[in-house]
Design a binder for this molecule. Structure first.
Ligand SMILES: NC(=O)c1ccc[n+]([C@@H]2O[C@H](COP(=O)([O-])OP(=O)(O)OC[C@H]3O[C@@H](n4cnc5c(N)ncnc54)[C@H](O)[C@@H]3O)[C@@H](O)[C@H]2O)c1
Ligand SMILES: [Zn+2]
Length: 383
């Protein structure tokens, strides 16, 4: 039997935020808005508060790739409120949304550390409702049952998956992504592309998730370059925002695979933005997996580039070539662009492999590498 889990309500379209207040107030009168300083400065939080009813407190301390320390700051703020918080509104990229998801479950269930949250078998108390308003077209976190938080002590990026992490409402307003600069548009858009491709080839994929994955791959490969080169191109922004949502629903229900499994340790150890670490690994991981996914890659080529004719093998090769071309146009950086040295990278290989396998994602790949094969993929991704 197959299932698809989704937020209770998805509101989308240009200026969706202006008409979303009716839905938000259904979840309470006292809100905590979880966001970051950039959202405040850009006036994106004002867009929300202009129509919001009730009372609210703003936490703007989220940083990229959020840590246990940030979640603890949110929990302290929540516990210190005179009027109890009734719902969390996350406004920002995946980092803000993930922080809200973790805090909502921890607050209601009394967890105080990320390893404790990650090892919980079940949550006895339902979390505070989370209303997610993404400002990047990337993670799809607004519609996933996943939260990713780094435990600073162990330097492990925990990927935690549970239905309790699903937001109640997702508000996708492409105008919220318009201010995203080219490098963030590239990183987050390629993250969404990896979600779409990985969920399509995943061992856990099923008919409904594959429809969503396929539609997302098509939209992203057709529109990411325009969104990158012309951030004010609203049609491209809208296509990307919806594609990120679809890819999020797809991977939340079908899982990501080897790219994400190998990418998280790089984020935890070297603080490379999630979308870029995925993009750096994408080619080598898919080339390694190719013998087992020729048919799926050929299907993707058929959907995205119907004019291309050839054997399945040729179509699969063409798809990988198109991905490389897109990465080149989007100027994907290398590890050393983030200050990582080859010596540091090589010295971390054992830990990266162990943490990648421990996350469970590599097991969803059509071919599961041995530890030595994974090391070799990491080394080939060093450019
Ligand atoms: N929960 C999930 O399902 C899921 C899925 C994939 C990734 N993630 C996690 O999400 C995090 C990454 O999220 P992200 O890629 O959205 O980036 P992010 O939230 O870390 O944001 C990156 C940067 O972009 C800025 N930014 C965001 N929106 C902007 C806008 N509209 N205009 C200008 N600047 C803007 C932010 O201020 C920040 O500096 C990682 O920790 C990753 O592991 C979660
Ligand atoms: Zn991702």
């Amino acid at each position: 039997m197959k299932r698809l889990y989704l937020p209770q309500e998805i509101i989308y379209g240009q200026d969706a935020i202006k008409s979303a207040c009716d839905s938000i107030v259904g979840y309470g009168n006292s809100f905590l808005i979880i966001t970051d300083e950039t959202m405040l400065k850009l006036g994106l939080v004002d867009k929300l508060t202009q129509t919001l009813e009730g009372s609210w407190t703003i936490f703007s301390g989220v940083t990229s790739e959020p840590t246990d320390a940030i979640v603890n700051q949110v929990l302290t703020l929540m516990h210190g409120q005179e009027q109890p918080i009734e719902a969390l509104i996350a406004l920002g990229g995946g980092s803000c949304i993930d922080t809200a998801k973790a805090a909502s479950v921890m607050y209601r269930n009394g967890y105080s550390t990320i390893p404790a949250l990650a090892s919980a078998k079940e949550f006895k108390v339902s979390p505070l409702p989370v209303i997610a308003i993404p400002t990047t077209a990337g993670t799809g976190s607004e519609a996933t049952d996943v939260t990713v938080i780094t435990d600073t002590q162990q330097q492990i990026k925990y990927m935690m998956k549970d239905k309790n992490f699903l937001p109640k409402v997702a508000i996708i307003d492409p105008l919220m992504t318009q201010s995203s600069p080219p490098s963030i548009t590239a990183a987050t858009g390629l993250d969404a592309l990896c979600h779409a491709v990985e969920s399509y080839i995943s061992r856990k994929a099923h008919a409904l998730t594959q429809e969503l994955s396929l539609s997302a791959v098509k939209a992203i490969m057709h529109h990411i370059v325009t969104a990158y080169q012309d951030g004010d191109h609203l049609a491209a922004r809208e296509e990307m925002a919806l594609a990120a949502l679809k890819a999020g629903i797809a991977f939340s229900n079908a899982s990501v695979t080897l790219i994400h499994g190998m990418s998280r340790p790089i984020g935890a150890l070297f603080h490379i933005p999630h979308g870029f670490s995925n993009a750096i690994l994408m080619h080598e991981v898919l080339a390694y997996s190719k013998p087992a996914i020729i048919q799926q890659l050929a299907e993707l080529t058929q959907a995205v580039y119907p004019a291309f004719t050839g054997t399945d093998e040729e179509k699969a090769t063409y798809f990988l070539q198109q991905l490389e071309d897109i990465c080149q146009i989007l100027s994907i950086p290398t590890y050393s662009d983030f200050g990582v040295t080859k010596e540091q990278f090589t010295a971390s290989l054992d830990k990266m492999c162990e943490d990648a396998f421990a996350s469970g994602s590599p097991a969803n790949n059509p071919i599961v590498p041995t530890k030595d094969e994974m090391k070799a993929i990491y080394l080939r991704s060093w450019k």
